[in-house]
Ligand binder design. Sequence first.
Ligand code: NAP
Length: 522
Amino acid sequence: MTSTDQAPDARALPVPDHDVAIIGGGFSGIGAAILLDKAGFSDYVVLEDGDGIGGAWHWNTYPGVAVDIPSFSYQFSFEQTARWSRLYAPGAELKAYAEHCVDKYDVRRRIRLRSRVVAATFDDVAHLWRLDLADGTAITARFVVGATGVLTQPNLPDIPGVADFAGTTMHTARWDHGVDLTGKRVAIIGTGASSVQAVPNIAAVASSLTVFQRTPIWCLPKPDAPMPAPVRALLGAVPGAKRVGRLVSQTYVEVTFPLAAHFYGVVPLAAGGEALGRAYLKRAVRDPEVRAKLTPDYALGCKRPSFSNDYLPAFNRENVHLETGGIAEITPDAVVTRDGTRHEIDVLVLATGFKVFERGNMPTYDVVGAGGVSLDEFWGAQRFQAYHGVSVPGFPNLFSILGPYGYNGSSYFNLIETQTAHVVRALKHARHRGATRVEVTPEANTRFWERMLSRRPRQVFFQGRCGSANSYYFDEHGDVPFRPSPTLETMWDARRYPLGDYRFDAPGTVVAPPTLVAAGAE
Ligand code: NAP
């Protein structure tokens, strides 16, 4: 597998600028920074592309943006607050929570904004990563934690004429608050989670809103409610109250997301969800024709469902029109559907999502590991794989928060804390051994990957009716690189994985890159 030779004098090797570079200043990067610091890895830098922190909650400010998971779960376990104004907090409160965390845990001074990483290259001799930034500078770090998330690069639709529209065009993730939609004729393309939240709010002010739907979304009622000041005060004051709230919330999230999706073949929770979704559609949408168009024909769970109490009822409004015939082109003043109808508009909203599991997006910068191997090419040829979703053989000292087969569908905050626990454990052991090079073994990676793939017979993605879902969950190989595990298993794995699944090498050791064979898992 690998061969090892003794290399040059370790004392002559360059010293990296930082112990750890964390790429991304969203909650993944912030959480990783806090937990690494707590574990004694204080020499870190957070590199953030944007001009503010908070990731998704910095960029997504469209009207109605809010969490889709109860706030008791959508926060760090070590920084639970009772200050949310609703059970499902609005986006601005998440952004404020991110600001609070970076101040409270002294992360802010170690964040470098407007620092876009364009390339990461491993130095096989010095055991460090060189990170090239868009401004032409570079920094080096012994270890890198990739915390860039996945849903960051807006997907612009390849509809003929879209660039020629003469009115205002906005993607939901790049909302222009200078544009007043009051009294305007608005079109929105896409009916994913962002559209579900934006549509009722746009409909409330626009003179007309035309929703261009390609695939209907499963939309379930949202068990949302305001949290008035006395409730918040009570939650804050009663010992254990927040913890109980979190336990209830975590259980709800676990049942509705990971268990429903990954145990579809065992417990028919998704079927119950579909029945609920249909009953809700019947209650919420008066016109049977519109209702039929809004009814998905694929299994719940094949693609990301949504939760909203005002999306479906918005289609009862006089000023809201649903178009499902397909878009032929966009002209300077209209969206033209395939039947030739011109829908004249003033503002075009693109709720067309993000680049996801496609080449060049995982991550968005070039990663060149041991022996000059490109991560993008490796995954392109060998399919997505990563040990616990964290590390990849051939890419030493590099860890991801949201790597393939890392996220199981629970709250992202579980993921962040679990994956960071995995990283901290490896780094602590490296420190203990005096190692400067940490790499997962190909055998451990393959063992994990095969375990993940062996669970397909019970997952909705492979057992449900997903053909018509048009789901971004599926990559170019037909894989769905989510982790088919209950959350407790992921937590256990992160804290108990055999340390022998990694190799730890002393300074100056030159390691031949592993032979990365395609695992014949199926
Ligand atoms: P999305 O779920 O990917 O939805 C994109 C929509 O645009 C889909 O309806 C898609 O149709 C449509 N579309 C894309 N290209 C098109 C084209 N060329 N012509 C016509 N329609 C086109 O994106 P999103 O709504 O921004 O959500 C992305 C993810 O972000 C969500 O799944 C969720 O994970 C996250 N999110 C979370 C929250 C929250 O938690 N509160 C809120 C918003 C987003 P098809 O379905 O046919 O492809």
